[in-house]
Design a binder for this molecule. Structure first.
Ligand code: NAD
Length: 297
C-alpha cells in the first residue's frame, strides 16, 4: 500500500479562506473586526519567525494584528500589566503569549492571567478543564489542526483505536482529549511506555508528538492506518545541509499507512490556520454571534 498524502498546506489554505470569508461578513454585517495580539518576550530567533508569520497571516485574512515585543529582561509585573490591558481591550479578541518565555517568568502564572475567552492557544487552566469535561472551550491550535485533518479524511472517527505518542500539555494531552471526544479508544504513549512498537501496531490512528527525528519506523504501523506527524526536527544531511523531518520515518511509514501527513507541509501550516480560526471563534463568542461552522469542535 502507498499512503494517501494528507496535504496540510492545501487544507490550511482552505481553512484560512473560510476564516477570511467569515471575517468579511462580520465586517459588513456587524462592523466587527476580530483582533489578535501576540506578545513576544525576548529575541528567540524561532519565536521571532513564528510571530512574524502569525502577524502576516492574521492581516491576510482581514483581521487586526497587534504585536507587542518586550525585552528579554521584562519583569513579570510588567508582562502581567500588559496582559491585563489586553484582557480589557474590546478590539482584541485573542491573545497569544509566545512560548517559551525567558526563565525568570512563570509561564503558568502568565498563561493563567489571560482572560480564558481570549486564550486562543487554549492553554489556560479553565480551557484545559472545559476541554477535558467536553464543554465549549478554546482548543489548542496544533491538536485542533490534527483533528480537522482526521475528520476531513475519515468523516467519523467513532470506535477507532488511536495512539498518541507524547503527553505534553500543548500537544499530546489535548490531542488525546479531542480524540476521546470523537469517540476513539485512546492510548497515550510516552517515554516510559513499555513496548511502544506493540502499542502503535494496534492503532488505526497514530499521532506522533515526541520531538525525536524519524523515531517511528514503518514496521510499527498497522496496514492502512492514518499517521499524523506533529514532530518538527531539523537534522543534518550527509552533504552538511539541514532538512526538516518529522517524528515518523516517512518513507517506510508511507508504505504501510493508508494516509500520512508530510513534514513539512502537514500539521505545521494547520497550526497557524487554527490560531486564526480560534481568534474568529473568540470574536464571535464575545459578541454573542453564531460561531463559524467546522472551524472549532
Ligand atoms: P515535549 O518535549 O513537550 O513532549 C514530548 C513528549 O514525547 C513527552 O511527553 C515524552 O514523554 C514523549 N517522549 C519522549 N521520548 C519518547 C520516546 N522515546 N518514546 C515515546 N515518547 C517519548 O514536546 P511537544 O511540545 O509536545 O512537541 C513534540 C514535537 O512536536 C516537537 O518536535 C515539536 O517541535 C513539534 N510541534 C509541532 C507543532 C506544529 O505546529 N507542527 C506544534 C507543537 C509542537
Amino acid at each position: 500500500m502507498t499512503a494517501q498524502v494528507i496535504d496540510g498546506k492545501a487544507f490550511a489554505a482552505e481553512v484560512r479562506g473560510k476564516v477570511a470569508e467569515h471575517v468579511t461578513r462580520l465586517k459588513e454585517k456587524h462592523d466587527l473586526v476580530p483582533g489578535l495580539a501576540v506578545v513576544l518576550v525576548g529575541e528567540d530567533p524561532a519565536s521571532q519567525v513564528y510571530v512574524r508569520s502569525k502577524g502576516k497571516q492574521t492581516t491576510e485574512v482581514g483581521m487586526k494584528s497587534v504585536e507587542h515585543k518586550l525585552d528579554a529582561d521584562t519583569s513579570e509585573a510588567d508582562l502581567l500589566a500588559l496582559i491585563d490591558k489586553l484582557n480589557k481591550d474590546d478590539s482584541i479578541h485573542g491573545i497569544l503569549v509566545q512560548l517559551p518565555l525567558p526563565k525568570h517568568l512563570n509561564e503558568d502564572l502568565v498563561i493563567n492571567s489571560l482572560d480564558p475567552a481570549k486564550d486562543v492557544d487554549g492553554f489556560h487552566i479553565s480551557n484545559v478543564g472545559l476541554l477535558g469535561t467536553g464543554q465549549k472551550s478554546m482548543v489548542p491550535c496544533t491538536p485542533l489542526g490534527c483533528l480537522m485533518m482526521l475528520r476531513h479524511h475519515h468523516g467519523s472517527l467513532s470506535g477507532m483505536d488511536a495512539v498518541v505518542i507524547g503527553r505534553s500539555n500543548i500537544v499530546g494531552k489535548p490531542m488525546a482529549q479531542l480524540l476521546l471526544g470523537d469517540s476513539c479508544t485512546v492510548t497515550i504513549a510516552h517515554s516510559r511506555t513499555k513496548d511502544l512498537a506493540d502499542v502503535v501496531r494496534r492503532a488505526d490512528i497514530v499521532v506522533a508528538a515526541v520531538g525525536r527525528p524519524e523515531m517511528v519506523p514503518g514496521d510499527w504501523i498497522k496496514e492502512g492506518a492514518t499517521v499524523i506527524d506533529v514532530g518538527i526536527n531539523r537534522i543534518e544531511k550527509d552533504d552538511g545541509k539541514t532538512k526538516l523531518v518529522g517524528d515518523v520515518d516517512y518513507e517506510s511509514c508511507a508504505k504501510r499507512a493508508g494516509a500520512i501527513t508530510p513534514v513539512p507541509g502537514g500539521v505545521g501550516p494547520m497550526t497557524i490556520a487554527c490560531l486564526l480560526a480560534n481568534t474568529l471563534t473568540a470574536a464571535c463568542r464575545a459578541n454573542g454571534l453564531d460561531e463559524p461552522e467546522g472551524l472549532t469542535v
